[in-house]
Ligand binder design. Structure first.
Ligand code: GTP
Length: 235
């Protein structure tokens, strides 16, 4: 395996599978299986998951709700996904611990960096829920922050697209995929990998991001083995 400690960022929307809302059990099982593959080979795995399949902060704003209020609702949505993922991992024999950025002591440990690292060392997958615990931050920012804190070697951003393209492949048939691109080029060309807060955290802390298609079974293992899958963004 190329990497020993990774942070996997999963989008909430991906968990929907073909459904219009919520969690698709088949997709959940499929993700758990892919995570188990790398877990079984001894990779230390931390996970941040979004909540967009359940609730999005922007949706709240459109309805006239206060942005911060909506953001907190979004953080709670990530906890629902995190608990589903924990159950999915447990059912395939993967030990895990869930830590929340907002205290919910009946259902989750609080986020304690040193404890999270200890869990990883003991062979437990650590799921970080509730984003950063602050409004105005995305789960991508939570992923960058936690990855830096636990000294992960890389963020693996599992999405539905298979990498970073020269332009939107759904609109431009001539778009081509990058195997590798620098942070500066992503910025200079106006490409989108993560929001700017998350992106800047990664750049300034020299943390590479690999964008890859998590919905193709076996891809996660390939990425961790160092195979050319998706796009690597780095300094
Ligand atoms: P070590 O003792 O370091 O090996 O870690 P451990 O996680 O096995 O021990 P601990 O006794 O802390 O945790 C046992 C179980 O309780 C685990 O499933 C934890 O996730 C859970 N747990 C620990 N702290 C809390 C908490 O504050 N709230 C909740 N809800 N669960 C917790």
């Amino acid at each position: 395996m190329k990497y020993k400690r990774i942070l996997l960022k999963l989008s909430g929307e991906s968990l929907m599978g073909d459904k219009a809302f919520g969690i698709d059990n088949n997709r959940l099982a499929e993700y758990a299986k892919q995570i188990k593959e790398i877990y079984d080979s001894g990779v230390q795995v931390a996970i941040v998951i979004g909540g967009g399949n359940i609730f999005r902060g922007v949706q709240a704003e459109e309805g006239g709700m206060d942005r911060t209020h909506g953001d907190y609702m979004g953080m709670l949505a990530t906890m629902i996904n995190a608990m589903a993922l924990q159950a999915g991992l447990e059912s395939v024999g993967v030990h895990s611990r869930l830590q929340s950025a907002i205290e919910m002591k009946e259902i989750s440990e609080p986020f304690v960096r040193r404890k999270a690292v200890r869990h990883l060392e003991k062979g437990r997958v650590v799921i970080f829920g509730a984003g950063t615990g602050n409004p105005y931050f995305t789960t991508d920012s939570a992923a960058s922050l936690r990855a830096i804190e636990i000294e992960a070697e890389v963020i693996l951003k599992g999405t539905r697209v298979d990498g970073v393209y020269t332009s939107d492949p759904e609109k431009d048939p001539a778009a081509t995929k990058y195997d590798m691109i620098s942070f500066d080029d992503v910025y200079g060309k106006g490409l989108k990998v993560m929001d700017m807060t998350a992106f800047t955290l990664c750049k300034e802390n020299d943390l590479p991001i690999i964008v890859f298609d998590m919905d193709t079974p076996g891809n996660l293992k390939k990425v961790v083995e160092g195979e050319q899958v998706g796009t690597i963004v780095r300094n």
